[in-house]
Design a protein around this ligand. Structure first.
Ligand code: B12
Length: 276
């Protein structure tokens, strides 16, 4: 119940008879450092100069140009004789309307248990589903693809090798696109899973596009993923800015992906009707 001075026009600032104002639905936020909404942020970077007071001054100037005001260098450390690593703490005045940021789309398929995945494969294929995985290009970061494929798995979930009805071929690190295509054909792969972690000079994008193009060229009469060509899946921590269409693959998986998400997707994409 409203008390005196808190109700109606006086409380809301509206004039009687005036058209209703649309409700303010914004949710304005700013960074939190020491106290709520103080705008304080911390960032780290390296400058190609020897450590010392001049280097600190350069770091502060850069922070100022990036909109941090005031800013302070809270840590600077030589990285060899010619480079300095900095941590700068400072205040930004920028505001974000959180309400204007759309919620990400949810997963379009259900998570299934290993038993459900195995049953679906048996029912639909009557043979094991074949998955060929690799880190392609010069990338040697195998921990991510191993997390998905190896039996030991990730985040408390077993990897795809654990699934009785999935045959996993893990080709490991630094596999060329030619080797991958050849092996996928030899194994009659239902799905090809590639991992790309190193992003220098956008290597992850170039390599993945090159891989996808090679598969599309190898299977020119394919109708769709699983119908005339393998399902193409790319994964790694830095694919946030691109879509599968940009790369020519069927799906991208990012940071924190678990094996069950991939297993569920394989059923959803390759065995229509089995993921219900
Ligand atoms: C371990 C590691 C190494 C190990 C790799 C060992 C190995 N066998 O993998 C070694 C020491 C060999 C190494 C070497 C290098 N590394 Co290194 N490395 C790391 C480190 C510390 C951890 C990576 C990791 O294992 N993450 C854990 C896994 C589980 O996470 P993930 O890879 O993201 O995988 C998950 C998801 O992305 C997804 N996923 C990944 N792949 C796939 C694939 C599919 C199909 C699916 C569905 C999902 C999926 O699922 C996984 C589970 O959720 C990172 C820094 C960091 N903290 O991330 C640097 C890092 C990746 N390395 C880096 C660099 C620069 C290098 C070197 C170039 C260093 C050098 N100058 O020599 C070399 C490159 C070697 C090469 N030829 O690739 C940079 C990359 C920078 C960039 N953006 O390009 C990082 C980010 C470090 C940094 N901050 O500078 N590295």
């Amino acid at each position: 119940m409203s008390g005196p001075g808190t109700s109606g026009a006086a409380a809301t600032g509206t004039v009687p008879g005036a058209p209703a104002q649309p409700a303010d639905t914004r949710q304005v936020i700013r960074p939190y450092g020491d106290t709520t909404g103080d705008g304080m942020v911390q960032m780290s970077f390296t400058l190609p100069v020897p450590a010392g007071p001049r280097a600190d001054a350069a770091a502060l100037q850069l922070a100022g140009k990036m909109g941090l005001d005031p800013a302070s260098v809270v840590h600077s450390k030589p990285m060899g004789p010619d480079f300095t690593f900095f941590i700068v703490y400072g205040k930004v005045g920028h505001l974000i309307d959180y309400a204007s940021i759309p919620a990400p789309e949810g997963r379009a398929y259900p998570l299934l248990s290993a038993q459900e995945v195995n049953r679906a494969i048996r029912r639909a294929l009557n043979r094991r589903l074949v998955v060929v995985g690799a880190c392609i290009g010069t990338d040697a970061h195998t921990v991510g693809i191993d997390a998905i494929l190896n039996v030991k798995g990730f985040a408390g979930e077993k990897g795809l090798e654990y699934y009785r009805e999935i045959h996993v071929v893990n080709m490991g690190a630094q596999v060329t696109v030619e080797e991958l295509v050849e092996r996928a054909k030899a194994e009659d792969a239902d799905a090809v899973l590639v991992s790309q972690v190193v992003t220098q000079r956008n290597a992850h994008l170039h390599n993945t596009k090159q891989m996808a193009a090679a598969f599309h060229a190898e299977y020119p009469t394919a109708v769709a993923a699983g119908i005339g060509r393998p399902l193409l899946i790319a994964g790694g921590p830095r694919f946030d800015t691109v879509t599968p269409e940009d790369l020519g693959v069927d799906r991208i998986f990012g940071k924190g992906t678990t094996p069950a998400e991939v297993a569920g997707y394989l059923v959803h994409a390759l065995l229509p009707g089995e993921d219900a």
